[in-house]
Write a protein that binds this ligand. Structure first.
Ligand code: HEC
Length: 102
């Protein structure tokens, strides 16, 4: 994580839940990640399930959020679709958290 994004992360964490309404909520994203994604992608993004991208290594994260959002919604290979389980905003929160794992 670069110095700038670390500062932004601190700013988001420091601002609390009610802080920036439209900005991604990384704390919420972490909770959802641990609940729905960590079993395959690993608690620290190390990738535990074979073929699951290692987010720690930045795998697949070169793609924009809107592309990743679509993959998570519709599912990919053994990854189940999260459409109907998580809202778009929740998935974007998770992706914002995932990007902090690098
Ligand atoms: C059952 C295991 C499993 C779960 C649960 C799971 N994933 Fe995945 N995920 C995978 C696998 C395997 C791939 C690689 C698919 C492929 O080969 O393209 C993947 C790929 C991805 C990608 C890359 C998509 C792309 O287009 O390259 C993202 C982002 C992702 N997962 C995020 C998530 C998030 C966020 C969650 C939780 C909401 C989640 N995954 C839950 C197994 C899982």
């Amino acid at each position: 994580m670069g110095k700038m994004s670390r500062m932004m992360l601190l700013a988001v964490l420091g601002s609390g839940v009610s802080g920036i309404a439209s900005a991604a909520n990384i704390v919420q994203g972490q909770q959802l990640y641990n609940m729905h994604c960590a079993a395959c992608h690993g608690g620290r993004g190390e990738g535990v399930m074979p073929d699951a991208p290692k987010f720690r290594m930045g795998e697949r994260l070169e793609q924009p959020d809107m592309v990743l959002l679509q993959s998570v919604k519709s599912g990919k290979k053994i990854m189940p679709p999260f459409f109907g389980i998580l809202q778009d905003a929740q998935i974007l929160d998770v992706l914002a958290y995932v990007r902090t794992l690098r």
